[in-house]
Design a protein around this ligand. Sequence first.
Ligand SMILES: Nc1ncnc2c1ncn2[C@@H]1O[C@H](COP(=O)(O)OP(=O)(O)O)[C@@H](O)[C@H]1O
Ligand SMILES: O=P(O)(O)O[C@H]1O[C@H](CO)[C@@H](O[C@H]2O[C@H](CO)[C@@H](O)[C@H](O)[C@H]2O)[C@H](O)[C@H]1O
Length: 457
Amino acid sequence: MSDPRALVEDLTGDLKRWLPEQRWFAGKDRPVTGVRPLGVTELVAGDPQLLHVVVEVAQGERREPYQLLVGRRTHPPEIASTSWIGAVGDLNAYEASGDLDVTGVLLDLMAREERVGPLVFEHEPGVQLETGLRARPITSEQSNTSLVYGGQYILKLFRKLTPGKNKDLLLHRALQGVGSKHIAPVLGSITGDLDGEPTTVGMLQQFVSDAVDGWAMATTSVRDLMAAPELHPDEVGGDFAGEAERLGRAVAEVHADLAEALGTEPADAAELERSTKAMLTRLDTIAARVPELAAHAPALQAAFERLRTLPADSVTMQYIHGDLHLGQVLRTVGGWLLIDFEGEPAAPVEERHALRSPLRDVAGMLRSFDYAAQQMLVGQPDDPALAERAHEWSARNRTAFCEGYAAIAADPRDQGELLRAFELDKAVYEVGYEHANRPDWLGVPLASIARITSGEG
Ligand SMILES: Nc1ncnc2c1ncn2[C@@H]1O[C@H](COP(=O)(O)OP(=O)(O)O)[C@@H](O)[C@H]1O
Ligand SMILES: O=P(O)(O)O[C@H]1O[C@H](CO)[C@@H](O[C@H]2O[C@H](CO)[C@@H](O)[C@H](O)[C@H]2O)[C@H](O)[C@H]1O
C-alpha cells in the first residue's frame, strides 16, 4: 500500500469536485479553489485501508479544515454511490463512514484509550465501552456525520473543525455534572490536532433507541392537519401542542441546569451594543451574498437597532444551546432530550462560545415551529388557504411552547422586542445557511422575514 499522505495528495483534484456534493459540506455558496491535506493518520493498514484525514479546503480567501475518513480496498464495500471519491492507482478511494467493516475500529480505540499519531481516543472516567460492534451511519439531515454502534452508542464525527475543545462536548459534560435529565450521557471523545491545538474531532454518547426527533413529530402533525382541510390544529388527532408545551418546560430546565453548572452574568449596555452590531454585521454579510435578503434590510436594521434602547438589566447572559430547533430535540419515553450543543455551525467560533441570552434558544425553537409548518409549502404553487393553515399550526405550537417555558422560568413573551429581534436574527442566519447548504429551502426563512417585518408574524 502506498504512503497515506501521498494517497490523499493524489485525491485532492477529486475532492475539489466531491466535497461540494456532500450534505455536510458547509461551503456550497462558493467554488472550492483548492484542497490540501493537513493531517493523514492510518487507522487500519492493509486491504481494507482506513485513513483519518483532515483537509484544508480553500474557497478563495476562505480556508477551512474538514474531517474525512478515507477507505481504500480491493473488494468494494456496499456504500452509497455518493461516497466514492476517486481512483488512486488501481484502487478506488471512498468516504468510509459508511463502511461497516472498518468503522468499528474507532469505538475499539476509544474503549482501549489508544493514541494513534496525533489522535487521542478516550472514554469518560468510569465508562466501560463494549468493543467489536459494527457501526451504521445515520442518514438524517446533518451538518456532521454520526455512526450508531450496535444500537448502543452514537459517535459524532465533526466535519468542519474548529480549533480547541468542542462546545458540544463541554456543555454535555457540564450538564452531566449537574445531573441534567434532558441530555444523552457522553461516553467518550476523540481529540486531534489542528495547528498544534488539541481539537475535538469526535464525541461518543449513549444512543437513545426509543427516540423520535421533534422535527419528525412536528412535520407529521402538520401533514395530519393538511390532510384534514375541514379541521383546525386543535381538532386534529396529531395535534402537537401538548408536546410543544412539554418541550418548552424541558428547554427552560436545561437553561436552569446550564446556569447552575456554568453561572450567569448580567448584560450591560455595552453587551447590547455588541449584540446589535453583530446582528447588523451578519445581516450585511449575508445580504451581500443573497440579493433576495437585501430587500428586507431596512426593516431588519430597524428591528435590530431597537435593541440598543432596551434596559440592559432585563437581559441575563449564560451558556445556551445556541442552535436550538426541532431537529435538535428527541422525544423519548422519559421526556424530551436536547442534543447538539455545538451552536450555529456557520457562526464564528468565538461567537458560539460566548455567553448569550437564553431567549435566543427560545427564538430558535419558535423559528422551527414556523419552519415545520412552512416546509410543506416548499415547491408548491401559491395557495393562500394552505398558507393560512400552516400559519395557524405554527401559532398554536409557538404559544404552547412559550407557556411550557413560562411554567419554569420567566415568560419569554414578556420580552417581546428582544425575542422578535432574536427571531429575525435567526431567520437571517437561516437565509445564509440555506443559501450555502440547501438552496431549495431559501424561501422558508425569507417568507418569515417578510411576514414578521410586515407585522403579520
Ligand atoms: N443520543 C442520541 N440518541 C439517538 N439519536 C441521536 C442521538 N444524538 C443524535 N441523534 C440523532 O442524530 C441526528 C444528528 O445529531 P446531531 O447531534 O444533531 O448532529 P449534527 O451536528 O450533524 O446536526 C439527530 O437528528 C438524531 O436523530
Ligand atoms: O442541526 P444543525 O446543527 O446542523 O443545524 C443546521 O442545520 C439545520 C437544518 O438541518 C438548520 O435548521 C433549519 O432547518 C430546520 C429544518 O431542517 C428547522 O427546524 C430549523 O428551525 C432551521 O433553522 C440550522 O439552522 C442549521 O444551523
